[in-house]
Design a protein around this ligand. Structure first.
Ligand code: AGP
Length: 634
């Protein structure tokens, strides 16, 4: 949600900002803007719509300046129009800021500033920040006279002293979340950045430095990246970056990491879309996630820093997550309950936090979040830890907010590589793989599965990447089914499953609705006749997850019920099940697995099904409307 890029160096800032913002397009946005430190003051360009607008502008206009900030906005407060687009400026056009997050007390702040003579032009919460800054910078003596760390820094003689002190003084007034970057025309060779609750990284280059909401935006310049700690600030110049904590004390040893993946990993690599590329990357992602997890007859998961005795003493597991990650959590519930015999509750993060959850020191909380930045999940983890529970994160993004020591007690990484398409695909199956490992670790610690049983399950898990390769070979069959009139032109659809097939039906429905805009609802198949069957007629495609397993016959019966009401039926079934072929309209076969490992293979055809329907409808599968890859607001 919202992308921030800032640049200080020797290249054309406008060009660097454009390419950086283009690499953040996946986050979702509806307007763009840049501010540059030009010789005659700040130059600002901003507009609603996609970045093609900025590309066209740069083709016709040369914008001078080697220092600047850029933004893609995902509207929360105020329409996605030109005025609400960032950067926002103070009354006199000397200060520009870009912001990601939500300022919760902006209404009171705006009223206060209005009373003091400030004029607001936008409907955004962000605009109060730049006016607060203007107020601080208008009175340098007051800044210097401040009795605390703000005054101390303002008096320090640092070249950026006033601006940095003003930013620190400003953020003291803000409630809510922010990642922000500030450009002041009186200090045109430097940017000041700050974050609390929203992501911001610093790219450390040679003679140039960058700030950004995510790593892909800086990779063309550097692989050395520092994650700005929550509550910290950074003063960014071409020659170096000064890291400061919230009290403006220098952070002398910021955590710097070398990004292992390349720019190519975040590019389409010959595929039409990121989503299709990422669907095809699943075998590799799964292998990487499972690698080294079972050695010498033991499950290897040292990241879960609880001893076997502590794991054995657990009375309850809580899983919190949103969207696709929530569906992975539902799969994990079955795995953990069946293998480790611990009761598991799964809750969407946004509900968990406010539900006064029954967690305590004997509860393990698992937060699943691909991006590691979903604010509801971050708040949920905080709530769980405040109640005494141990909280572990399953995430794909190294250095993301959930991985910080102040967020979770430990992290289990999926190794799916960067996922750019808004629709989660490879990260979902990688999450399920990681959760299989975690469930087996719990079973091992609690002695609920024998070493042989665990070894057998691992052997089967290791076959899954090959199974997915088999499914991908048949993607054209899925494509022709998806493109058939009954699916592409449907207004609504129903996805059915039972047992571990229910979360897969839910995931199939989510994929379809988010990228094709066809309404899709998922149900436990047995629930059909308690209401939703009233919707069924010949215009409603029904997709059933009917892989082999204990409830297979029940699913088939439920399918017959919808067929009796003229529904078109598509099923995912296990290879070798010939009898189903003549009973339904389309079958997507997947290799046979044991029931509990079927979710990973059953998911892949449903991803492709949604993908091809969306493509046939002319939808932008990588950046569906209204959606953001990383949801950093509540
Ligand atoms: C799914 O395709 C979506 N991208 C969305 O539901 C996503 O899974 C959800 O927003 C949670 O994101 P997270 O895993 O990064 O926390």
């Amino acid at each position: 949600m919202c992308g921030i890029v800032g640049y200080v160096g020797e290249q054309s800032a406008a060009d660097v900002l454009f390419s950086g913002l283009a690499r953040l397009e996946y986050r979702g946005y509806d307007s763009w803007g840049i501010a540059l430190a030009a010789p005659d003051g700040l130059q600002v360009r901003k507009k609603s719509g996609k970045l093609a607008g900025l590309r066209d502008l740069l083709a016709t206009e040369t914008l001078p300046g080697t220092v600047g900030i850029g933004h893609t906005r995902w509207a929360t407060h105020g329409r996605p129009d030109d005025v609400n687009a960032h950067p926002h400026l103070d009354c006199h056009g000397h200060i520009a800021i870009v912001h990601n997050g939500i300022i919760e007390n902006y209404v009171e702040l705006r009223e206060e500033l209005r009373r003091q003579g400030h004029t607001f032009v936008s409907q955004t919460d962000t605009e109060v920040i730049v006016h607060l800054l203007e107020r601080e910078l208008a009175d340098p003596d007051a800044l210097r006279a401040d009795g605390g760390y703000v005054g101390e820094y303002a008096r320090s003689g640092a070249p950026d002293a006033l601006l940095t002190a003003a930013v620190a003084a400003t953020i003291r007034h803000l409630d809510g979340a922010y990642a922000l970057a500030v450009l002041w025309d009186a200090l045109p060779d430097c940017l000041v950045a700050a974050r609390k609750g929203s992501p911001l990284i610093i790219g450390l280059g040679q003679g140039e430095n960058l700030i950004a909401s995510d790593i892909p935006a800086v990779l063309a310049h550097t692989r050395r990246v520092a994650i700005l700690n929550d509550g910290d600030l950074a003063v960014v110049r071409a020659g170096g970056v000064e890291f400061l904590d919230g009290g403006l004390t220098a952070v002398t040893e910021p955590e710097i990491m070398e990004v292992e993946w390349s720019l190519e990993a975040a590019e389409k690599g010959g595929y039409e879309d990121f989503m299709l590329k990422e669907i095809h990357e699943q075998p590799t992602a799964l292998r990487a996630t499972l690698q080294g997890r079972f050695e010498d007859g033991r499950v290897q998961l040292s990241e879960l820093t609880l001893s076997d005795a502590e794991l054995a003493a657990l009375e309850r597991v809580f899983i919190i997550a949103c969207g696709t990650s929530y569906h992975a959590g539902l799969v994990a519930k079955t795995l953990i309950e069946k293998w480790a015999r611990i009761p598991v509750e799964v809750q969407v993060s946004s509900e968990f936090r406010y539900s006064d959850p029954l967690v305590d020191a004997r509860t393990l909380v698992i937060a699943i979040t691909q991006s590691g930045e979903t604010i509801d999940t971050l708040f949920g983890v905080r709530e769980a830890r405040a109640k005494g529970a141990k909280a572990f994160a399953v995430t794909n993004v190294v250095g993301s907010s959930v991985t910080r020591p102040e967020a979770a007690d430990g992290v289990v990484y999926t190794h799916a590589g960067p996922e750019i398409g808004v629709a989660a695909t490879k990260t979902f199956t990688a999450q399920i793989a990681a959760l299989n490992v975690l469930a087996l670790k719990l079973a091992q610690a609690r002695g609920t599965l024998t070493a042989d049983e665990i070894a057998r399950i691992f052997a089967e898990l290791n076959e899954l990447p090959g199974h997915i390769e088999q499914i991908l070979l048949h993607q054209d069959d899925i494509r022709s089914c998806a493109e058939s009139g009954c699916c592409v032109n449907a207004c609504t659809s129903l996805f059915l499953g039972r047992g571990v097939g229910v979360p897969i039906a839910m995931e199939g429905a989510l994929k379809l609705k988010e990228i094709s805009y066809i309404h899709a609802e998922a149900y436990a198949a047995g629930e059909m006749k308690h209401g939703p069957i009233a919707l069924i007629d010949a215009s409603v495609p029904v997709v059933g997850v009917a892989t082999d397993g204990s409830t297979y016959e029940k699913v088939v019966s439920n399918i017959k019920e919808v067929q009796a009401r003229d529904a078109i039926v598509v099923v995912v079934a296990s290879e070798g099940n010939e009898s189903i072929r003549n009973r339904v309209d389309h079958v997507f076969y997947v290799p046979r697995t044991s029931e509990l490992l079927s979710p990973i293979v059953a998911t892949v055809p449903l991803q492709l099904f949604a993908y091809y329907i969306a493509k046939s409808r002319g939808c932008d599968v990588d950046q569906p409307r209204n959606l953001a890859k990383s949801v950093t607001v509540e």
